[in-house]
Design a binder for this molecule. Structure first.
Ligand SMILES: [Zn+2]
Length: 282
């Protein structure tokens, strides 16, 4: 599933091709993509408008068009954007035609990806405010901020990191990698870390996301670049998807668990299992 580094990779590749261009047509082949808006309604609002900016917030890609029209794309599980492929691939859900005969395809085998229209910059802010916490690279994303978000929360730290309302853009891969680097078990209660660990965790989140962007994302399932190429961060995973292999730090066999419904990878030596508190125990 594409996370912040994957969406940012797409954004950086797409930006020079589309900013300043006019959208000539939008053919939504799968109405589920933009439901409840009908494909014809979406097309009528978007077609003919120039792309003023291409931005990212969390895992959303924001096409900022003229007249404060925002087309928000979300790749969800298996969405990919391909620019000018030689032929129409299977599972093409949307075709966007741009100036200069460029064609951008939204390809999505599982069909969870979406396109939503938000009209007005204020409405966009409200849309994000309901759904997303701070961007991890925002200067306000401090260790103190992370600690105050987590205070009193008994949910596992892994589930906390995946909650987009807490921190925008972190998903399963980067949560596992950040927790390993912090030495914190994914099942630890979010509110129970030591103050110094919130600082380490904040730094680790930024470090793994930066490394992911530098590697142009991770291609473990469907994620591909605009030209169909793969990212390379999967070659640099320290724990994620390395179940049964030795830990790079201590040699202990990495285990796979399920935390918050998601496959989770951990070294129980580097990330000690949280102690279970029993009634009457000290
Ligand atoms: Zn280890």
């Amino acid at each position: 599933m594409p996370e912040l580094p994957e969406v940012e990779t797409i954004r950086r590749q797409l930006e020079p091709a589309v900013v300043g261009a006019r959208i000539r047509a939008v053919d939504v082949l799968d109405p589920r993509w933009c439901a409840p808006l009908a494909p014809a309604e979406l097309r009528d609002i978007v077609a003919g408008r120039r792309v003023q900016a291409l931005r990212r917030r969390g895992k959303y890609l924001d096409w900022a068009l003229e007249a404060e029209i925002h087309l928000l794309m979300h790749l969800r599980m298996t969405g990919t954007l391909l620019l000018d492929p030689p032929q129409l691939p299977d599972h093409t859900r949307v075709v966007i035609s741009l100036d200069g005969d460029q064609r951008l395809l939204f390809v999505d085998p599982r069909r969870f990806g979406t396109g939503q229209l938000v009209v007005g910059d204020g409405a966009l802010e409200a849309f994000y405010a309901e759904r997303l916490g701070l961007e991890p690279f925002d200067e306000r994303f401090t260790p103190a901020h992370l600690r105050s978000l987590a205070r009193g929360r008994s949910a596992p730290i892994k589930a906390f990191l995946l909650d987009q309302r807490m921190i925008a853009g972190v998903g399963n891969i980067y949560a596992d990698e950040a927790l390993f680097r912090t030495g914190v078990h994914p099942r630890r209660a979010a509110g129970a870390l030591r103050p110094a660990q919130y600082e380490l965790l904040r730094d680790a989140i930024r470090e793994v996301l930066s490394a992911g962007i530098d590697a142009r994302g991770a291609s473990i399932d469907d994620f591909r670049h605009l030209d169909g190429a793969r990212g390379s961060f999967q070659d640099r995973f320290l724990v994620h998807r390395r179940g049964g292999e030795p830990c790079v730090r201590c040699g202990t066999t990495i285990r796979k668990l399920v935390v918050g419904g998601r496959g989770t990878y951990v070294c129980v030596h580097c990330q000690p299992v949280p102690r279970v508190r029993r009634a009457g125990a000290a």
